[in-house]
Ligand binder design. Structure first.
Ligand code: ATP
Ligand code: MG
Ligand code: MG
Ligand code: MG
Length: 576
C-alpha cells in the first residue's frame, strides 16, 4: 500500500467525549469516526486492524472444527417470540417494524436463529457434534455507549454455537472452544486472564470470560496470585460467604467538629491530598428486573479525588452498574467514573438526591463528608460498604483484596479487565424453548445440548490500545497492526537515490509478504514520524541520502527510543 493512495486522516486533538486512551487514539489516528452515539465508521486504517483480528479468529475457529456461516442482522421477531426473549429482553434489544407492521429485531446475538438452523438441518445424531459460527454485525441499544468501540451500539462479534447429543459432548465442545480462545488471545499478543463467570442456574461452572487486563476495564476480576483461581466479581461474590463483613480497618476517624468540618479536614481524614477539593458525589443505583423495571433503588456516596467534573455525572440511575447487582462495588464505581473513590458507603443524607433512604438518616448520624459544593458537608453518613439495608443483609457478599481465596491457596487480589470473549454452556435452554430436536441412535427425538461462544471483534482493538500505548500514540502488537512495517523516505522528491531505494525496498517487502506501507506523501520527517507513531505501526524504516551513501537505512521499533543503523542489504531480513 502507498500512503498517497490510502486514507490517512490523523488529528491533533481528540474529541471532547473521549474518556479513555483507546477512544482518543483511535479517533486521532483516523481509525474510526463517530456517526452517532455508539455508532462508528470503521475507517480504512481501523478496518485493517479489524480484518486482521477477524482473520486470526476465523483461522482458529476453523482449526477447532467450527463452520462459518452468516445469519441475518435483521431477524423476524417470531423466532424471538418463540424463545420468549422478544418480550423478556429489556430495551437493549432493538425492535423494528417493516411496512406491513411486522416486528423484527436487530440481532444482539443469534441463539434463536441458529437454533432454528439446527432444527431444520441437523436431523440425526450422525450430524453431531456441530459448531456453527458467524462474524457479523450486532446491535445492542446499550444504555450508555461509551469509550468508542469498547462499548458500541453497533459492533462486530464472532458468535459460535455448538450442538451436541448429550451433556458430556456439550462439555467437551465447550472445552474445545476454551482452548481455541486461549490460542486466539495468545496470538493477539495481549495480557489477558480467563476468569470464571456466572452461568446462571444452568451450566454449573461452565462459563468463562476472557478479560484483557487494563486499568480502564469496566469489569472487576478477582484472582489469587498463588493459584489459578480467577473469577469475575459477580462470580466471586456468589462464592463468598454471605452476610455483612466486619467493619473494614479504615483510617477514618470521627471528625473533630461534627456538622462543621471543612473540606480540608475531611481530606486529611481520608488521607487524600487536598490539591483541589475533595468532591463527593451522591449517586443512586437501581436494580432492574428483566423487564427493565426498577425493583430496588439505593443511594450511595462516592468521594472522588481531584477535580472530577461534577457536571458530567448525573445523579440518578447509574447505567451498567445496576443490572443484577445488589450493590455496585468499589472497583465498579472506580471503573465507571475512571477515578478512585476515597471511600464509599450507603448513606443517609438530606438532599439533594431524589432517592433518600430516610431510615438511615436516623440511625447513621455518625459521619460527615464533603458535599457537592465547597464547604458544604453532609452529616449522617456511615462509612463502610458493609451496611446494607437490613432486609438485604443475607444477600451481601462483598469481596475485597486480601480476602482468602476460595481454594485456600492465598489471598485474593483484584484487577480490572475488559471482557473480550465469553464462552458459555447453555444446556437445552434454547433447544427446549424452541423445540429443536434430532433423532438419536435409539430413534427417539432429543433436544440439542448447546453452548455459545462470543468474541468482541471490534472491542479488541480498543482493549489492545488500552494495554499498549504511550504519550505519542498506539503501539500495535505485530499480529493486529494495520501495517507491520512503514517505509519513510526522507526527501524523496529531491533525491532520486532515496526514491529508488524506497520504491525498491517497498517492492521487496511486498514480494516477501510483509504488510508494508510506503509513505510517499512527501510530508516533512517530523509530521511523517508523528503520524506513524500515533497510528502505531510497530516497525519503521527510514531512508535518507546520508545513510544510503554508507549503504544503510534506519530501523526503529515503535517501542525503541532511538533508531539503529541497519545495512540496506539486511533490512528485509531484519523486519521479517
Ligand atoms: P458486557 O458485559 O461488556 O456488556 P456482555 O457480557 O453483554 O458484554 P456477551 O453477550 O458475552 O457480552 O457478548 C460476547 C462479547 O461481545 C463480549 O465478550 C464482548 O467482547 C462483546 N461485546 C458485548 N457488548 C459489546 C458492545 N456493546 N460493544 C462492543 N463489544 C461488545
Ligand atoms: Mg452487555
Ligand atoms: Mg459481561
Ligand atoms: Mg458476556
Amino acid at each position: 500500500m502507498k500512503a498517497s493512495q490510502f486514507l490517512i486522516t490523523t488529528l491533533k486533538e481528540a474529541p471532547a467525549d473521549a474518556e479513555v486512551a483507546s477512544h482518543r487514539l483511535m479517533t486521532r489516528a483516523g481509525m474510526v469516526r463517530k456517526l452517532g452515539a455508539g455508532i462508528y465508521n470503521y475507517m480504512p486504517m481501523g478496518l485493517r486492524v479489524i480484518r486482521k483480528i477477524e482473520a486470526i479468529v476465523r483461522e482458529e475457529m476453523n482449526r477447532a472444527g467450527a463452520v462459518e456461516m452468516t445469519m441475518p442482522v435483521i431477524q423476524p421477531a417470531e423466532y424471538w417470540q418463540e424463545s420468549g426473549r422478544f418480550e423478556k429482553m429489556g430495551p437493549e434489544l432493538l425492535r423494528i417494524k417493516d411496512r406491513h407492521d411486522r416486528d423484527f429485531v436487530v440481532q444482539p446475538t443469534s441463539e434463536e436463529v441458529v437454533t432454528d438452523v439446527a432444527r431444520q438441518e441437523l436431523r440425526s445424531y450422525k450430524q453431531l457434534p456441530r459448531n456453527l459460527y458467524q462474524i457479523q454485525t450486532k446491535f445492542r441499544d446499550e444504555r450508555r455507549p461509551r469509550f468508542g468501540l469498547m462499548r458500541g451500539r453497533e459492533f462486530i462479534m464472532k458468535d459460535a454455537y455448538s450442538f451436541d447429543r448429550d451433556e458430556a459432548g456439550a462439555k467437551a465442545s465447550y472445552q474445545v472452544m476454551g482452548a481455541a480462545y486461549r490460542r486466539i488471545f495468545d496470538r493477539f499478543g495481549l495480557r489477558y486472564r480467563a476468569v470464571a463467570a456466572d452461568s446462571g442456574a444452568i451450566g454449573g461452572d461452565l462459563s468463562e470470560e476472557f478479560q484483557v487486563i487494563a486499568a480502564t476495564g469496566e469489569d472487576a476480576i478477582v484472582y489469587c496470585p498463588h493459584s489459578d483461581y480467577a473469577a469475575n466479581m459477580e462470580k466471586a461474590e456468589a462464592l463468598a460467604p454471605a452476610g455483612p463483613r466486619p467493619a473494614p480497618s479504615n483510617p477514618l476517624v470521627r471528625t473533630p467538629t461534627p456538622g462543621k468540618s471543612t473540606c480540608a479536614e475531611v481530606a486529611a481524614l481520608l488521607g487524600v491530598p487536598l490539591a483541589t477539593t475533595v468532591k463527593s458525589l451522591v449517586l443512586a443505583t437501581d436494580t432492574l428486573n428483566e423487564a427493565g423495571e426498577v425493583v430496588k433503588s439505593q443511594v450511595w456516596l462516592l468521594l472522588l479525588r481531584g477535580d472530577h467534573d461534577m457536571n458530567e455525572v448525573k445523579v440518578g440511575k447509574v447505567p451498567g452498574l445496576d443490572q443484577g447487582y445488589r450493590f455496585a462495588t468499589v472497583p465498579e464505581i472506580e471503573a465507571h467514573f475512571g477515578c478512585k473513590p476515597g471511600y464509599l458507603g450507603p448513606i443517609g443524607l438530606k438532599q439533594p438526591v431524589k432517592l433518600v433512604v430516610d431510615r438511615e438518616v436516623a440511625v447513621m448520624a455518625d459521619w460527615i463528608c464533603g458535599g457537592n459544593e465547597v464547604d458544604v458537608h453532609l452529616t449522617g453518613v456511615n462509612w463502610g460498604r458493609d451496611l446494607p439495608e437490613p432486609d438485604q443483609v443475607a444477600d451481601i457478599r462483598n469481596v475485597v483484596e486480601g480476602d482468602p481465596s476460595p481454594d485456600g491457596k492465598g489471598r485474593l487480589a483484584i484487577e480490572r479487565g475488559i471482557e473480550v470473549g465469553h464462552v458459555f454452556y447453555l444446556g437445552t435452554k434454547y433447544s427446549k424453548g424452541m423445540n429443536a430436536t434430532f433423532l438419536d441412535e435409539d430413534g427417539k427425538p432429543k433436544h440439542f445440548e448447546m453452548g455459545c461462544y462470543g468474541i468482541g471483534i471490534t472491542r479488541l482493538p480498543a482493549a489492545a490500545i488500552e494495554q499498549n500505548h504511550d504519550e505519542r500514540g498506539i503501539i500495535w502488537p505485530d499480529a493486529i497492526a494495520p501495517f507491520t512495517v512503514v517505509v519513510c523516505p526522507i526527501g524523496m522528491d529531491r533525491s532520486a537515490e532515496v526514491k529508488a531505494a524506497a520504491d525498491n525496498l517497498y517492492m521487496q517487502l511486498l514480494n516477501d509478504g510483509v504488510d508494508v506501507i510506503l509513505d510517499d506523501r512527501g510530508e516533512r520527517p517530523g509530521a511523517m514520524f508523528a503520524d506513524w507513531e500515533l497510528i502505531g505501526v510497530p516497525h519503521r524504516i527510514t531512508i535518507g541520502d546520508r545513510g544510503l551513501k554508507a549503504g544503510e537505512v534506519e530501523y526503529q521499533h515503535r517501542r525503541d527510543s532511538a533508531p539503529t543503523a541497519v545495512k540496506l542489504a539486511d533490512i528485509v531480513a531484519h523486519v521479517k
